[in-house]
Every structure is written in C-alpha cells, then in structure tokens.
Design a binder for this molecule. Sequence first.
Ligand SMILES: NC(=O)c1ccc[n+]([C@@H]2O[C@H](COP(=O)([O-])OP(=O)(O)OC[C@H]3O[C@@H](n4cnc5c(N)ncnc54)[C@H](O)[C@@H]3O)[C@@H](O)[C@H]2O)c1
Length: 266
Amino acid sequence: MANKKRIAAVTGAGQGIGRSIAIALANAGMSVAVSDIDESLAGKVADEIIALGGDALPLQLDVTRKVDAQAVVDAIVSRWGRLDIWCNNAGVSSMNRFFDLSEKDWDFNMDINAKGTFLCSQVAAMRMSAQDISPDNTLRGKIINTASMAGKRGNAPFLAHYVASKFAVIGLTQALAGELAERAITVNAVCPGYVNTTMQERELTWEASLRGMESDEVKRLYVDDTPLARLQTPEDVAGAVVFLASPSADFITGEAINVNGGAWMD
Ligand SMILES: NC(=O)c1ccc[n+]([C@@H]2O[C@H](COP(=O)([O-])OP(=O)(O)OC[C@H]3O[C@@H](n4cnc5c(N)ncnc54)[C@H](O)[C@@H]3O)[C@@H](O)[C@H]2O)c1
C-alpha cells in the first residue's frame, strides 16, 4: 500500500525556527527530511523527532548549492517516494549602518536568504511537477517560505541588506505562486517578527553595540514594538507553517502571513 503520510522537508532545521517547524510537522503526522548546512545539528533534530515516535531523515544541505538541494530531493524520493511540502527556512542576518555595509554583508544575506530560496524552490518544484496529485488533496505540492516582518516593513534599523533579501523572498513567493499554480503547486510564506533564537541572540549583541545600549534594553525595544508584549517563540511560527501545510490551506497561495504578535499588520 502506498505511504499515506505526507512528506515534508525543512531547510535550516538544525535549530531555532526550522527545528520547531520540523518537529511540528512531524507531530502533525508527516515524515520530515531535516536538513541543515550543519549535518550534526540536523541529526540531533531528526533524533528528537524519532524519539517522539515520528519519522525523520537528517540530511546535509547548504541552500546556496543547487547540487545539495537536488541530492536532498533525491534522498527524499528514494526514502519515501514523493515530496509534498518544501519549507525554505534557512536564513542568516548581519547588522550594520547603511554606509558601513560591505558587499560581503550584502552577498551573504542575499545568497542564503534570496538565492537559496530560489535554488531550492526550483529543485523542489521540479520534483513536485513530475509527481501525481497528492493522495489526500488536489495538489502536487506546497512550498512554504520563512520570510520576515522585514520582508514587509523596510524601516528596520541596520538591516537594509536583510530587508532587501526578505522583500525578495516575498516577491518570489508571489511570482512562483502565479507561475506554479497551473502545476498544482501552492507557494506561501510566513513572516515572523522578533523570535527568540540564536539569530536573535546575535542580533541583540550587534544592535546593542550599534546603539550604545545593553542587550536587555534592545530586547525591551523588541517587546515594546510587539502589541502582544512578548518575544515570539519558534513554536509560534511553526503553528502557522503547520496550517499552511495542512489540507485546510489548500486553496491559499501567494500569501505572506504575519506571525508577529501584531508588530506589523500590513
Ligand atoms: N529569529 C528571528 O527573529 C527571525 C525573524 C524573522 C525571520 N526569521 C527567519 O527565520 C529563519 C530561521 O531563523 P532562526 O532565527 O531560526 O535562525 P538560527 O540562526 O537560529 O537558525 C538558522 C539555521 O539555518 C542554518 N543555516 C545557515 N546557513 C545555511 C545554509 N546556507 N544552508 C542551510 N542551512 C543554513 C543554520 O545552521 C541554523 O541551524 C530565517 O530565514 C530567518 O531569516 C527569523
């Protein structure tokens, strides 16, 4: 009998938001390919899922390398026979005043956040296009991108390059949603705000130094900017991804859903 579980893949799933997405998709009954540039982190998260009774496969993937993305898709198809959901979550940031931004800062953010989403989406969508409609819905597959509040709100201090990369992710989300609809593939994004992860820990240190403040004071600025008055957890974001991955969201495409406690409502 054909495997009835839906098959999901998450990039940058070794920690933070990606880890929570992978665990939440597994808890929702999916088999999950847990990929990260850091293979040992991916392995630990896959072990967590398996220990919880789920089905997971750890894989190494640098999203800037199309050859890696193809190898991951091949490994998924070889293990489970199809690919239903691809989550482009891997992302990086750095912070600097505009006049101090280097080409290296620009390339680092654009390469991983924007180009990585492009390359992985192309490989994933190619595979989805080649497979039958899913046994439990009307689609061949879904792509779900982790964009950012910074993909909608340009006024984010010290993050011009990151903002540009995340606006690109949302633009790509809409363009691909239009182009891939005829292939029965949906493309959506989630837009987190201030999420408590290692990325945020790094940003708190950089921003504190750039503003001449303490990290805790910067953290207070983040909370004060959030009507629901707390930092987000990775699980807050994962819940929205589980919804987009579920059959309840099969007719939603081209959306970039805010998951930010009200910090930005556009
Ligand atoms: N933390 C936040 O406040 C926040 C807010 C909005 C959006 N986001 C976005 O959420 C996503 C996850 O962020 P996070 O906070 O969990 O970050 P994180 O730094 O805690 O985790 C990111 C993971 O991505 C992996 N990674 C880095 N470069 C990679 C590459 N080239 N290929 C594959 N994997 C790579 C890292 O090894 C790490 O495990 C990112 O796209 C980020 O831009 C985060």
